[in-house]
Design a protein around this ligand. Structure first.
Ligand SMILES: Cc1ncc(COP(=O)(O)O)c(C=O)c1O
Length: 401
C-alpha cells in the first residue's frame, strides 16, 4: 500500500500523524499534549483582547470556537489531507451542517449524489429545503446526469466515496472538473477512505469532511467531525457555522482522543483494508452470498476508478444474501464475534442492516431507487485476527442459508 511520503518538512504520513503541530518542549517536556479544560481565556489588557479577537494576534478568546488541544488535531489532520486548515466539531453531522449553513443561503442550489449516509441525505432533502435551498439528487457516477444538473447553476456538489452503505465509488477528479467549470464547489465526505487511502483535495475537491467518530477516532469511544480545506473557507465555517449557527463545539478531551487515534491511523487502516480484502473474497465465493460490493474486487462496477484514486480499499463491505432480507436477518442474528451495531471503523467488527438501521430515514422507494436494497448488509471489518472474523462470518452464513 502506498502512502504519501512528503510534506513541507519531508516527513511521511505516519511521522506527521504522530508529531505534527506539537513540541513537547513547549509543555514541560510532556510527551502527549495537555488537555486544556478551560471555557474562557484571560488577557493582559483590553488591547490584547482586541488584537486576538480581531485576528491581529494569535490566541484564544472563548472555548466555543477554539481550544489548544483541538488546534493541534486540526493542524495535523489538515496536513494529512493536504489542506491549508481544518476545523474539528462535535460530530460528523455537526461538521456537515456547520459547513452547509455557512456556504449556503436561501435561493441557492446544491447537487448531491443519491447515495449518502442516511442523516446527511435527510439534511439535504428535508432540512435545507425548509430554508429555501433547492437540492438535486443525482447519480454522480453518470457524467450526463451531472452535466444536466450543473446547468441549473448549483453552488455546491456534495458526495461520499466510497459511499455509505453500498460502497458506490465516485470519480472525484471527473466530478471536480465538471463542477468547477460550472462554478460550483466540491465537498467530499472521506469518512470511509480516510486520508491514508484517498486525498480528495489532491484530486480537485474544495472541502473534505469526516465523521471522525469512525476510523480517525478508531476505538468506538467518541463522537467528532472535521472539515478541512482552504484557510478562507475554514475560517468562515469557524466564524459562522461553528460560532453561532450550530455552536457544535468539540470537547477538549475528545480532541485529545482523536490525536491518540491519529497516531495509529495508518497502521489500523492498512489492517482494516487487508482483512477486508480477504473477507470480500471469501464472501464472494460463498454459495449463500448473491452479491458483494467492495471497491477492491474487480467485480465492483467502479473498481478501476477506485484503483486510480485510492491506495487500498478500506474496511467496509456491503453484501446481499441469496435469500434476501429474511436470510439477512437470520445472518445478523447468528454472528457471534461481530457485533450488531450501526457505527464503523472501530477495532471490533460491526455488522448492520442499512434499510432498518442507518438508512431507515430514506423513504423505502428512494432506497430501492438508489440501490440500498432491503437485503443489503453492511460490514465494518475490525482489527481482530482475520481468521477469527472469517470463521465467524462463515458459521453465520452456514446457519442462516
Ligand atoms: C459517511 C458518513 N458521514 C457522516 C456521518 C455522520 O457522522 P457522526 O455520526 O459522527 O455525526 C456518518 C455516520 O455514520 C457517516 O457514515
Amino acid at each position: 500500500m502506498t502512502t504519501p511520503n512528503s510534506n513541507r518538512r519531508g516527513h511521511g504520513f505516519a511521522t506527521r500523524a504522530i508529531h505534527l503541530g506539537y513540541d513537547p518542549a513547549s509543555e514541560h517536556g510532556a510527551l502527549t499534549p495537555p488537555v486544556f479544560m478551560t471555557s474562557t481565556y484571560t488577557f493582559e489588557s483590553i488591547e490584547e483582547h482586541r488584537a486576538i479577537a480581531s485576528g491581529e494576534k494569535d490566541g484564544y478568546v472563548y472555548g466555543r470556537t477554539k481550544n489548544p488541544t483541538q488546534a493541534i488535531f486540526e493542524a495535523r489532520l489538515a496536513d494529512l489531507e493536504g489542506a491549508e486548515a481544518g476545523l474539528a466539531l462535535a460530530s460528523g453531522m455537526a461538521a456537515i451542517s456547520a459547513t452547509l449553513w455557512t456556504l449556503l443561503s436561501a435561493g441557492d442550489r446544491v447537487v448531491i449524489d443519491h447515495t449518502l449516509y442516511g442523516n446527511a441525505f435527510i439534511l439535504f432533502t428535508t432540512g435545507l429545503p425548509r430554508f429555501g435551498v433547492s437540492v438535486d439528487v443525482v447519480d454522480l457516477a453518470d457524467p450526463a446526469a451531472l452535466a444536466e444538473a450543473l446547468k441549473a447553476g448549483p453552488k455546491l456538489v456534495y458526495f461520499e466515496t466510497p459511499a455509505n452503505p453500498n460502497l458506490r465509488v465516485i470519480d472525484i477528479a471527473a466530478v471536480a472538473e465538471a463542477a468547477h467549470a460550472a462554478g460550483a464547489k466540491v465537498i467530499v465526505d472521506n469518512t470511509f477512505a480516510t486520508p491514508v487511502l484517498q486525498r480528495p483535495l489532491e484530486l480537485g475537491a474544495d472541502l473534505v469532511l469526516h465523521s471522525a467518530t469512525k476510523f480517525i477516532g478508531g476505538h468506538g469511544d467518541l463522537l467528532a467531525g472535521v472539515v478541512v480545506g482552504r484557510r478562507g473557507d475554514i475560517d468562515q465555517i469557524r466564524a459562522h457555522g461553528l460560532r453561532y449557527l450550530t455552536g457544535a463545539t468539540i470537547a477538549p478531551l475528545t480532541a485529545f482522543l482523536l490525536l491518540r487515534g491519529l497516531k495509529t491511523l495508518e497502521l489500523r487502516v492498512a489492517r482494516h483494508s487487508s482483512t477486508a480484502a480477504l473477507v470480500a473474497e471469501t464472501l464472494q465465493s460463498h454459495p449463500a452470498v448473491a452479491q458483494v460490493s467492495y471497491p477492491g474486487l474487480p467485480s465492483h462496477p467502479s473498481h478501476e476508478v477506485a484503483a486510480r484514486q485510492m491506495s487500498a480499499f478500506g474496511g467496509l463491505i456491503a453484501f446481499e444474501l441469496v435469500g434476501g432480507l429474511a436470510t439477512g436477518h437470520r445472518f445478523l442474528n447468528r454472528v457471534a464475534l461481530a457485533h450488531r451495531a450501526v457505527s464503523l471503523g472501530d477495532a471490533e467488527t460491526l455488522v448492520q442492516h442499512p434499510a432498518s438501521m442507518t438508512h431507515a430515514q430514506y423513504p423505502a422507494e428512494e432506497r430501492r431507487r438508489h440501490g440500498i436494497t432491503d437485503g443489503l448488509i453492511r460490514l465494518s471489518v475490525g482489527l481482530e485476527t482475520p481468521e477469527d472474523i472469517i470463521a465467524d462470518l462463515l458459521q453465520a452464513l452456514d446457519e442462516a442459508g
